[in-house]
Write a protein that binds this ligand. Structure first.
Ligand code: ADP
Ligand code: MG
Length: 275
């Protein structure tokens, strides 16, 4: 009997140890999961929109719902294209992401700042410090040289001359226009002007660059050249690029494609998974 009890006790002890081990393993796995959840929270998006809407002419009989309930997140280092036919809301969405326009409703949070809550003067300052813009029509100042066009933004930010000079040279090296520093925009081709515009957008190392159909006015060689430069800057400087396009050659180069139809996001794909 005693022998049986001893054996039973030993058996129970073994089971308890096994159970304890199991509990430890489960707790450990739970802990790992928790860490993972925290990890996801840490890779916080650089831009986040929640239920973003822009209705033009809202008070009229024919309101235009240009951006319709868009909730999107963009992370640092992305190379993303917003695509869709003319009139689908690409420009409106980019303008909202960059604080160039205010939404009818919804939020835009950039690196933790709810930009809708900023005053008009605060948003100007915020844009200057955080966002680079590239427009379809280059928008360089015609009376300034290529170098001055790029330096101008840094001047506004109060960056010292020596630092400005170094940055300008570094950027012109990247865009392959070191020999054109002192040319005015009128003496540059469309492709070259757009490369200067990209350099200008990156001058002050913004958190991200928004480019609205940057290749729309370029021939195919200049388009491919501009994309090479944007890709290189995305890699070398880890600049986040969000650009709009309806050009299939440009879409192919994006790593993520967000597709709009009538202001709504109809698909959002990571192209790298399909390569
Ligand atoms: P995309 O850039 O894709 O061509 P837009 O964002 O320019 O599209 O335009 C989306 C819709 O909003 C279109 O129907 C356009 O006509 C309309 N829209 C754009 N800007 C204005 C504006 N300032 N006033 C009224 N309607 C506008
Ligand atoms: Mg547009």
């Amino acid at each position: 009997m005693e022998h049986f009890l001893a054996k039973f006790a030993k058996h129970i002890k073994k089971k308890v140890i096994e159970l304890t081990r199991l509990i430890i393993v489960i707790s450990y796995l739970e802990f790992i999961c928790l860490l993972k959840i925290d990890f996801w929270d840490f890779t916080m998006s650089i831009i986040k929109t929640i239920n973003l809407n822009k209705i033009y002419d809202a008070e009229t009989e024919i309101p235009v719902h240009a951006v319709n309930d868009v909730s999107l997140e963009f992370e640092a280092g992305e190379f993303t294209a917003i695509i869709g036919p003319s009139g689908c809301g690409k420009t409106t969405l980019l303008n909202l992401l960059g604080g160039l326009d205010r939404p009818t409703s919804g939020t835009v949070t950039i690196d933790g700042t709810d930009i809708i809550k900023l005053s008009s003067s605060e948003i100007i300052d915020f844009r200057l410090r955080n966002i680079g813009f590239v427009f379809q029509a280059y928008n360089l100042v015609p009376v300034l040289t290529a170098k001055e066009n790029v330096e101008f933004i840094m001047q506004l930010q109060g960056i010292p001359k020596q630092q400005r000079e170094e940055r300008v040279l570094q950027l012109f090296e990247q865009i392959g226009l070191k020999d054109r520093l002192n040319n005015r925009p009128g003496k540059l081709s469309g492709g070259q002007q757009q490369r200067v515009a990209v350099a200008r957008a990156l001058a002050s190392k913004p958190k991200f660059v928004l480019a609205d159909e940057p290749t729309a006015n370029l021939d195919s060689k200049s388009t491919s050249n501009l994309l090479d430069i944007m890709e290189k800057l995305n890699e070398v400087e880890n600049t986040t690029f969000i650009f709009s396009t309806h050009d299939s050659r440009v879409m192919k180069r994006a790593r993520r494609l967000v597709s709009l139809e009538d202001g709504k996001v109809v698909s959002d794909n990571n192209q790298m998974e399909h390569r």
